[in-house]
Design a protein around this ligand. Structure first.
Ligand SMILES: NC(=O)c1ccc[n+]([C@@H]2O[C@H](COP(=O)([O-])OP(=O)(O)OC[C@H]3O[C@@H](n4cnc5c(N)ncnc54)[C@H](O)[C@@H]3O)[C@@H](O)[C@H]2O)c1
Length: 273
C-alpha cells in the first residue's frame, strides 16, 4: 500500500525517494542551506506504544528528530516543519484544546511526540533552527494508514465484515482532511511563525456513532458493529482551537467530514477493483 501511495510522486521530475532510516542516514549530506524540511516521519499509533515496543517509539520519534535537528543546526535550512500530534494533550475537560494548555499525554506515543516538539522549540531557541510544530488532529482521507479507524471501517463495510468499535462510541474527534493538512504545511513553510506550535483541526468534531451514521449513508446499507473494550491510551475527546493557525497561516479547512469520508471510501473501493 505504501508503494502504491508513493507511485505518483516517483514519476515526478525532481523527486527522489531514499528508502532509509533517519537514525542511520548522513542527514547533513541531504540538506542544503535554504531548503524546506517537512518532518513527517514517525512511528505512529497510540495502542502499540505501551510495553516493549516503546523503544521503537523513542528511536523513531525522539532520537530521529534530534538527529535531524542536529543536521539542520549545521546546514541551515530555511524552515523545518514538524508533524506533531493532538495526542500531546491527553484527557482534558477543557475544550477546545488550546496550544497554551498544559499538555499531559496519556499514551507513550503522545509522550514521544511531545518530547520531539520540545526539541524543535529548543533547537530554535538555542541554535536558531527555524522550526514550527503543527499538532495534527486525526488526519484522514485517501492513502490513510491501514491501522486507522476510518480506513478499517470503510474496508470492513466494503467487505461485509463487522466494524470494530472501541468503547461506547460517544468519544469525539476533531477530524482533519489530509488536503487541509498539506495546505497548512505549505503555509507554515513560508509564514512568519518560526518557533511556534499550532493546532490543526478540521473543525467538524463528531462522535464515533455520528461517523457510523455517515458511513452507513455513504455505503448505502446498514453497518454491522462489534463492540470492543476501550483501549488504553485512547482519549475521550479531541477538539482543536485553531485560532492561532488561522491568524498565522490563514488556515481555513476546506473539506468537511461528509465529503472527506466519501473520498476515503471511494479511494479504498478503487484499490479493491
Ligand atoms: N495520521 C494522523 O492522524 C496523525 C495525527 C497526528 C500526528 N500525526 C503525525 O503525522 C506524521 C505522519 O503520520 P502518518 O499517519 O502519515 O503515518 P505513516 O506511518 O503513514 O507515515 C510515517 C512514515 O515515517 C516513516 N518513518 C518512521 N520512522 C522513520 C525513520 N527513522 N526514518 C525514516 N522514515 C521513518 C515510516 O516508514 C512511515 O512511512 C507522523 O509524524 C505522525 O506522528 C499523524
Amino acid at each position: 500500500m505504501k508503494e502504491a501511495n508513493v507511485a505518483a510522486a516517483r514519476k515526478q521530475r525532481g523527486f527522489t525517494f531514499i528508502e532509509d532510516d533517519l537514525n542511520r542516514l548522513d542527514l547533513r549530506a541531504l540538506i542544503d542551506e535554504g531548503d524546506l524540511v517537512f518532518h513527517q516521519a514517525a512511528q505512529p499509533g497510540v495502542r502499540a506504544s505501551w510495553g516493549r515496543t516503546f523503544e521503537v517509539y523513542t528511536a523513531m520519534n525522539i532520537s530521529a528528530t534530534q538527529r535531524l535537528l542536529e543536521a539542520c543546526k549545521e546546514k541551515r535550512p530555511a524552515r523545518v516543519v514538524y508533524a506533531s500530534s493532538s495526542s500531546v494533550y491527553g484527557d482534558t475537560d477543557k475544550l477546545p484544546e488550546h496550544e497554551d494548555d498544559h499538555p499531559r499525554p496519556i499514551s507513550p506515543y503522545g509522550v514521544t511526540k511531545l518530547a520531539a516538539e520540545h526539541l524543535c522549540v529548543l533547537y530554535w531557541k538555542a541554535f536558531g533552527v527555524p522550526t514550527v510544530s503543527l499538532r495534527y488532529f486525526t488526519v484522514y482521507g485517501p492513502r490513510q494508514r491501514p491501522d486507522m479507524a476510518f480506513h478499517r471501517w470503510c474496508r470492513a463495510a466494503q467487505h461485509g465484515e463487522e466494524l470494530p468499535l472501541f468503547g461506547t462510541g460517544e468519544q469525539t474527534r476533531d477530524f482533519t482532511f489530509v488536503d487541509d493538512i498539506i495546505d497548512a504545511n505549505l503555509a507554515a513553510a513560508a509564514a512568519d511563525c518560526v518557533g511556534t506550535v499550532m493546532n490543526l483541526g478540521g473543525g467538524e468534531r463528531a462522535s464515533v456513532r455520528e461517523v457510523f451514521d455517515l458511513l452507513a449513508k455513504i455505503h448505502g446499507a446498514p453497518l454491522r458493529i462489534r463492540r470492543e473494550e476501550k483501549q488504553l491510551g485512547d482519549v475521550r475527546h479531541t477538539w482543536a482551537d485553531v485560532e492561532r493557525a488561522r491568524r498565522l497561516l490563514g488556515f481555513a479547512p476546506r473539506v468537511g467530514l461528509a465529503d472527506g469520508l466519501r473520498a476515503e471510501y471511494d479511494w479504498l473501493k478503487s484499490l479493491a477493483e
